[in-house]
Design a protein around this ligand. Sequence first.
Ligand code: C5P
Length: 300
Amino acid sequence: MAGTHRSVRYASCPAYAKINLYLDIKARRADGFHALRTVMHAVSLHDDVTVGFAPGALTTISLRVYGARLPLDSRNLAWRAAVAFLEKAGLSGTVHITLRKKLPIAAGLAGGSSNAAAVLRLLQRLTGTPLTQETLFSVAASLGSDVPFCLAGGTQLCTGRGECMRPLSLGRPLHGVLVTGREHVSTPQAFALCDTYYHDFDGSVPHGAPLPALITALQEGTLPDAATCVYNVFEPVILPTCSHAAAARAALLSCGAYAALMSGSGPAVFGLFASAEEAEAAAHHLGPAARVMTSAPPRA
Ligand code: C5P
């Protein structure tokens, strides 16, 4: 959706959450990041992002956030996305960003990264596509490891620190229930706890699950038969410290989920169900902390 107000042109889009259907850490890198192998999947739960832009000699940015208490300056990744975009495009002007938050913060759903990716996409649209796709993705990667995925959407096998992507086909949409609570996890802390738990990934603590089987099941739409392939390396590290998330994971399974898993570094947990009706019934049973979700629609 796009519109005009004085000389400022506005555009809006949903900023979808992601879940990790598979997340393994291969190694700790010299630069402090971790080499990942992860399958990210965009889901229908989303924030709404509006960006206004008017060209001008000076760059000024304003940020409004509804539905959450977040910093309204350069500490917010959405703000930094606007700055990085204009710098790379050689543009200046007034940028108004509005975030309508519905996604939980620090939950493993890439809400902040998704907001930043939406700002990039909207500025690209409002300024007449000044950046090549390659440059846009490099700006995304400079903002954070999950931002390129949030820009691409769909289902992707992500490697490197998360920014290298290969699209995966999805035989049929997934139906799930997401459960979030009051617990929060800091991503850097979660990685540091993993370093200790897995002995700096020296190979002495076994981890991982068969990724090729998961990819085949996603392609063929047979994930319910390959439910043991979903995997998150963070689970044994984080779930013992998040009793609500651990209980929610167990409750999802007892409500009929064919798989239940923590997303990212947590603590949001999701269950996958064979049908939308089963997901609805489970969410109803689990109460207000549970939300029904499905695969996000393809990008317009
Ligand atoms: O890339 P991003 O800024 O989202 O990462 C936040 C933090 O998560 C990093 O500073 C790092 O501590 C950790 N991280 C990591 N390895 C990754 C991605 C993130 O160690 N692949």
